[in-house]
Ligand binder design. Structure first.
Ligand SMILES: C[S@@+](CC[C@H](N)C(=O)[O-])C[C@H]1O[C@@H](n2cnc3c(N)ncnc32)[C@H](O)[C@@H]1O
Length: 283
């Protein structure tokens, strides 16, 4: 038994619309392509008959999406910095806003003429930040740290998928605790949501991103405090740090790093103009 592509999309669109999903037809299309393993071209021009297995898979995907699960979570993959990353329930779903940090690091390194930096990524998750930088700098090497062993294992797989695993190590550690070396660049996108604000986040974040990747303590700043004091020892001479920051946190985070002897060099806005990344260096 087979089903017409268009009939399934129409049915899925109806279910998603009734569940209040914002772009129901787009998502139904994506999910059917995923269920039937069709490329975008095949979905537009190829055979439109979908077999029963794929139709049943599609139905399950539509049910999950209808409950608010993002399409990227259902796919188990996310594109970041034009690279492909596996994501699981143990990893944050990488955000496009975090590409600001990658762009900032590239710009600072270019300004300093550094082409083979040693990079440390604290709270690596899927590894998206470190792996993107290693892909940009073919002579760079890096270490990604996460307290979640599952996240560290996924990051290693992502490094292999993107061809940089021979230049990357992934370590399970409470921040810098297991790190004994120095680095030219330390990057981090730590959890920065105040604990009390987590309940009011959209369900696609609150329910599907790991709590460990979100919770920044009472005021959202506890992870910056945890890493600031150690940065002067982790950074080599002339080294710098780039951290992602939440909305409205720039001054407070700069003050935390300032208290650890680091000087702010620049605040980098995201595409919406919101300060999203802070770079600091040994003063
Ligand atoms: C906001 S996520 C960022 C993930 C990834 N770097 C990205 O930008 O998509 C923060 C990460 O920090 C990790 N983390 C939380 N507490 C940690 C700790 N004490 N030591 C190391 N990593 C930690 C979480 O498991 C999570 O992967």
């Amino acid at each position: 038994m087979t089903f017409a592509f268009e009939d399934l999309v129409r049915k899925g669109t109806g279910v998603l619309a009734a569940s209040g999903i914002a772009n129901p037809r787009r998502d139904a299309n994506l999910l059917l392509r995923l269920a039937a393993d069709l490329s975008p071209e095949q979905a537009l021009t190829g055979p439109r008959a979908i077999d029963q297995n794929a139709a049943q898979t599609f139905e399950r995907y539509v049910t999950r999406r209808g409950r608010g699960e993002p399409v990227s979570r259902i796919r188990g993959r996310r594109e970041f910095w034009s690279l492909d990353f596996e994501i699981t329930p143990a990893t944050l779903d990488p955000r496009a806003d975090s590409e600001v940090l990658v762009a900032a690091v590239i710009q600072v390194l270019a300004g300093r003429g550094l082409t083979a930096p040693r990079i440390l990524d604290l709270g690596t998750g899927s590894g998206c930040l470190l792996i993107s930088l290693l892909a940009e700098f073919p002579q760079a090497v890096g270490v990604g740290v996460d307290v979640s062993p599952t996240a560290a294992a996924i990051a290693l797989r992502n490094a292999a998928t993107n061809g940089v695993d021979r230049r990357a190590d992934f370590v399970v550690s409470n921040w810098h605790a297991a790190i004994g070396a120095q680095f030219d660049v330390v990057i981090s996108n730590p959890p920065y949501i105040p604990t009390s604000a987590i309940q009011s986040l959209d369900p696609d974040v609150r329910v599907f991103d790991p709590h460990l990747a979100l919770d920044g303590g009472r005021d959202g700043l506890s992870c910056y405090r945890a890493i600031a004091g150690t940065l002067p020892n982790l950074l080599s001479e002339g080294g710098f740090t780039a951290v992602e920051i939440g909305m409205g946190q720039a001054d407070a985070v700069a003050a935390i790093f300032g208290g650890a002897g680091l000087t702010e060099t620049k605040i980098w806005p995201d595409l919406a103009g919101i300060p999203r990344c802070l770079t600091v260096e040994k003063g």
